[in-house]
Design a protein around this ligand. Structure first.
Ligand code: SF4
Ligand code: SF4
Length: 165
């Protein structure tokens, strides 16, 4: 292709995109709306429920301290440490629960797949930055808190591809 032909093609492409709505978000003023509450896994059916793989949520009333989540993470990132909790649950005799280091976690979701008791899921929370390494370590108590995630921009799939309002 001649250089003049290339310039015309480039201009043509640019002009066509003038009519297309901007896709880039003005983060952090705008935040993307996710579908669903986050990645989950049903151990009974062996089926995953698609969703954002963000910060985990841990349901203390179901965790048995079996450590399967930590074992699943061992060969991946070693991000889970089983730690003592100051709680008494009949189903968790050792009173241990997972603590997750987000400085190591690669958000693969294998720990969620490994949990047989429906108590470890992922959420839509992806804003986990911290000024310290310690700030990235989430204790069982912190993991139990449902994150409040502001999501105000919805993605629309149209003729011209994906856009947002
Ligand atoms: S999601 Fe994070 S904590 Fe869970 S297995 Fe993967 S690396 Fe480990
Ligand atoms: S979160 Fe699930 S896999 Fe991990 S210790 Fe608790 S019950 Fe076991």
């Amino acid at each position: 292709m001649s250089s003049a032909g290339g310039i015309i093609r480039a201009l043509n492409s640019g002009v066509k995109h003038l009519a297309v709505k901007r896709f880039t978000l003005r983060y952090p003023e705008q935040k993307l709306k996710f579908v669903g509450d986050g990645f989950q896994f049903d151990p009974q059916t062996g089926v995953g429920i698609a969703g954002q793989k963000g910060r985990h949520i841990l349901f203390h009333d179901k965790c048995t301290g079996c450590q399967l989540c930590a074992i699943a993470c061992e060969g991946i990132a070693e991000a889970i440490a089983m730690v003592k909790v100051n709680e008494t649950w009949k189903h968790n005799k050792k009173a241990i629960m997972p603590q997750i280091d987000y400085g190591k976690c690669v958000f693969c979701g294998l720990c969620v797949d490994a949990c047989p008791f429906y108590c470890l899921y992922m959420t839509n929370d992806y804003e986990l930055s911290s000024f310290t390494k310690e700030g990235l370590i989430y204790t069982p108590a912190q993991l139990a808190v449902k994150p409040s995630v502001r999501q105000d921009v919805e993605i629309k799939i149209g003729k011209w591809g994906a856009t947002h309002g």
